[in-house]
Design a protein around this ligand. Structure first.
Ligand SMILES: [Zn+2]
Ligand SMILES: [Zn+2]
Length: 344
């Protein structure tokens, strides 16, 4: 185990980034006395984004973007929150802390920490391709890049978003007497699918499962236009024929979906690249649509920001660490626990 506050080596060289300490339950920034995305209730927390594996309830004080705070309040009730806008650095115990867009979901941020002339960027979760529901990832040059690796294998290459949305629209048009039921995570993915459909000219009402209502409403409140949404529950089968219906992944095959008119089961997730996962969920129409960086995005980001060291928080880290080592970039796995897959 590493110590919480490593001793200063007077006259010697301190280790790069030794003022932040990875623990299984999160990253501790010692001089600022604050945790990043702690998985247990903490006195002081910086939160990268609203997914439940990063944003837990019960912190005594939270610093996050206004959107992330709003998401946390929708999920957990009132927060002792300090809203931090993108690009407005603040001082915390001598550490300059800045939130920069991560392109993952609405309000998602990388956390940039500057201290003793070193810059550390904690990416949280991120992606590089455009997403009409959130601000685009901003690359920041740094000494240490703390990255996720959810799709950290060369086999993971996400296809073009438009092609996947096209598939969805084509399936809907080809089956006017059925509905297409799309499983999508309640925060981020559902709103992105809806917004991408709108951008492709789909103006029909979209029907949503009750579990998606609150976060869809919140996105609209925060300025993301989702067009006409209607509740899918309590609607006559005939009304849903030829329509697109969204639900959380857990509702795809449950009793609720039996009330729909012969649904074509679809699922929007980066994991739909893996046929076995699609089969497990009985998905007829896999849509490979991810809110995480794929292999090319991960490696191209590292080339672009050129860090001296890469620390991998979670995911499939081996291949990415190997990739770094062959390029003389020091890399290590942090093996943080509890970060997984609300949000693929
Ligand atoms: Zn996430
Ligand atoms: Zn995550």
């Amino acid at each position: 185990m590493e110590q919480e506050r490593p001793p200063r080596h007077i006259g010697g060289m301190a280790k790069l980034g030794d003022w932040i300490t990875p623990h299984p339950q999160g990253i501790y920034v010692a001089p600022a006395d604050v945790w990043i995305d702690p998985s247990v209730p903490s006195l002081r927390a910086l939160v990268t984004h609203g997914h439940a594996d990063h944003a837990r309830g019960g912190h005594e004080a939270v610093w996050a973007t206004p959107e992330t705070l709003a998401i946390m309040e929708a999920r957990y009730g009132p927060q002792a929150g300090h809203a931090v806008q993108y690009g407005e650095p603040r001082d915390m115990g001598g550490v300059e802390v800045e939130f920069v867009p991560a392109g993952h979901v609405l309000g998602s941020a990388q956390i940039v920490l500057r201290y003793r002339g070193e810059t550390i960027v904690v990416s949280g979760d991120y992606k590089r391709r455009p997403d009409p529901t959130c601000a685009r990832f901003v690359p920041v040059k740094c000494d240490v890049f703390v990255t996720e690796a959810t799709f950290g294998l060369p086999v993971f290459r996400h296809p073009e978003t438009h092609d996947e949305i096209d598939k969805l629209l084509a399936a809907s048009r080809a089956n006017p007497d059925r509905c297409v039921l799309v499983g999508a995570y309640a925060l981020g993915k559902a709103q992105r699918v809806i917004r991408e459909l709108r951008d492709m000219g789909h103006d029909d009402p979209i029907y949503i499962h009750g579990a998606l209502q609150r976060l869809c409403d919140l996105y609209v409140e925060l300025g993301v236009d989702l067009g006409e949404l209607r509740p899918a529950t309590g609607v006559a089968k005939a009304e849903l024929q030829g329509r697109i219906v969204l639900c959380p992944p857990g509702a795809l095959n449950d009793r609720w979906s039996r009330r729909l008119p012969d649904p074509i089961t679809a699922m929007a997730s980066g994991w739909m690249r893996v046929r076995q996962r699609a089969r497990q969920r009985l998905v007829e129409l896999p849509l490979i649509l991810s809110d995480h960086a794929d292999w090319d995005e991960l490696t191209e980001t590292l080339i672009e920001i050129a860090p001296k060291e890469v620390w991998v928080t979670h995911g499939r880290e081996d291949a990415l660490i190997h990739w770094c080592e062959t390029r003389q970039i020091k890399a290590r796995a942090l093996a943080l626990v509890g970060y997984e897959d609300e949000d693929d």
